[in-house]
Design a protein around this ligand. Structure first.
Ligand code: ZN
Length: 197
């Protein structure tokens, strides 16, 4: 793991804890909004490593054990997101006419503390992410907690069940949902006063 000088010294690379990771912004997510390797390097992301504040580690481990007991693995898709990256994301999204409000918290920037993570369930047999919503059919609204309690049909019930497994496992060990109420975003409560990097 390569550590850029811009990564806070006390942060940990999530990969080294044996947690499956993918960095949304150095990967497809960044490409989608036109983040160049130069921009990513400039903000401190020199490779796909996900960085977290050490206070997250044990709780994340506990949540993943609970999820394992329910028959799933986890994949973390985003963790520390530098303040400068937030600014780039917001301006790139605005430039491309994409959602910002309701999706990116510009004011509190929870990922800039290193104490917020985005997580999805993985099927241990196929080793691929589990479908937890139907974006093509249900659109943007389906990213929000409890969307599927208001919908009928077998797949909606299953989506809600899967999202509940994820959410309750994280809440039970001390995480909370973010202000945007996406079903995949979890953060630690000390966040309001936490330092952003
Ligand atoms: Zn998030």
């Amino acid at each position: 793991v390569k550590r850029s000088k811009k990564v806070p010294g006390h942060f940990w690379p999530l990969q080294e804890l044996g947690v499956r990771c993918e960095n949304y912004y150095t990967g497809d997510g960044g490409k989608k909004i036109g983040l160049t390797p130069e921009i990513l390097r400039e903000v401190g992301l020199v490779d796909d490593t996900l960085w977290i504040h050490p206070s997250v580690m044990s709780k994340l481990e506990m949540a993943s054990m609970k999820i394992l007991a329910k028959g799933f693995h986890i994949l973390v898709k985003d963790a520390w997101r530098p303040v400068k990256l937030y600014r780039h994301i917001v301006s790139q999204r605005k430039m491309k006419g994409l959602h910002v409000e309701g999706l990116i918290n510009e004011e509190t920037m929870p990922h800039a503390t290193g104490m917020a993570i985005d997580v999805v369930l993985v099927n241990p047999t196929t080793n691929s992410p589990v479908m937890m919503r139907n974006h093509a059919r249900d659109g943007q609204e389906s990213i929000f907690v409890n969307y599927y309690t208001r919908r009928h049909g077998d797949d909606c019930r299953e989506f809600q069940r899967l999202q509940d497994i994820l959410i309750f496992s994280f809440i039970e060990v001390g995480f909370r949902l973010g202000s945007k109420k996406e079903y995949w975003h979890f953060e630690l409560p000390a966040l309001d006063t936490a330092v952003r990097f």
